[in-house]
Design a protein around this ligand. Structure first.
Ligand code: MG
Length: 266
């Protein structure tokens, strides 16, 4: 048993049919590179607005956490007393999306530490994607990381494109929608999420959830694990390999959950 697996509640792995996988920060480490590209667009905008200020990617990441580019651009303009008309803002939003997708497509690489365990899991479970990101961005990332073959396009659900009205996590809308399309509910799905907003979305839609810290910076892991637990996850793992182990182990130990021997879930 790996020390890297934290268990908070039992998972009925025998009931699970589909793994509902978050994408960004879970299947690949996209957050930092996305901010590199976004920072370029943001700094160009500041120059064009005559604002004497610039950001490095980490600075912008901390500043913009939980906000999209549109909100951040408006806020920066307002703080400097500059006006950003709606057409110009829309042009910049589209520009930012294109630059981020192009950059992710260029820098993301196949990762055996994701591909191998995921291929193992695919033999036992259906793999679906449940993401807040736009489909174009997801498609580019899955191509770059060679996850394409494991994650069928028909089983990718985007809170940006799949819903009648885009509704980002933590709203449960995209998980509820995915569950309806897949014909699963509750314990038939197991969500895998790196972020608290994602875990809240999955839990609110009624799916048991596992937190995955594989792409979370080591010095942020303890805090993230605590926040994920608070959000209602059943377990936290530090890698996809640990998830394979968690699900195998839970499977073997199901009789104990039925009362043959007590198992303490810390
Ligand atoms: Mg994520």
């Amino acid at each position: 048993m790996s020390d890297a697996i934290l268990r908070f509640a039992p998972i009925d792995t025998a009931a699970v049919k589909v793994l509902l996988c978050d994408a960004d920060g879970n299947l690949f480490g996209s957050e930092e590179p996305a901010f590199v590209a976004s920072t370029n667009v943001t700094n160009r905008l500041l120059v064009d607005l005559g604002i004497d200020r610039s950001f490095d990617p980490e600075e912008l990441r901390r500043r913009a956490v939980g906000r999209n580019f549109r909100a951040t651009a408006l806020e920066l303009a307002a703080e400097a007393g500059a006006t950003l008309d709606p057409d110009e803002l829309q042009r910049r939003v589209v520009e930012e999306q294109h630059e981020v997708v192009a950059y992710l497509a260029a820098v993301l690489k196949p990762d055996r530490a994701v591909l191998e365990p995921l291929a193992q899991l695919a033999r036992r479970f259906t793999l679906a994607v449940v993401s807040s990101s736009a489909s174009a961005r997801l498609d580019a990332c899955f191509a770059a990381t060679e996850l394409d073959g494991l994650l069928a396009p028909a089983l990718r659900f985007s809170a940006e494109d799949s819903l009648p009205v885009p509704t980002s996590k933590p709203d449960p809308a995209i998980y509820t929608f995915a569950g309806e399309r897949l014909g699963i509910r509750g314990a038939e799905g197991l969500a895998i999420e790196d972020a608290v907003v994602g875990a809240r979305s999955a839990v609110a839609a009624g799916f048991p959830t596992v937190g995955n810290l594989q792409f979370v910076a080591p010095d942020e892991r303890a805090q993230r694990a605590a926040a994920l637990r608070e959000a209602g996850v059943a377990a936290v793992v530090t890698s996809w390999r640990d998830l394979v182990e968690l699900l195998d182990d839970e499977h073997r130990e199901l009789p104990s959950l039925a009362g043959l021997s007590p198992r303490v879930h810390a």
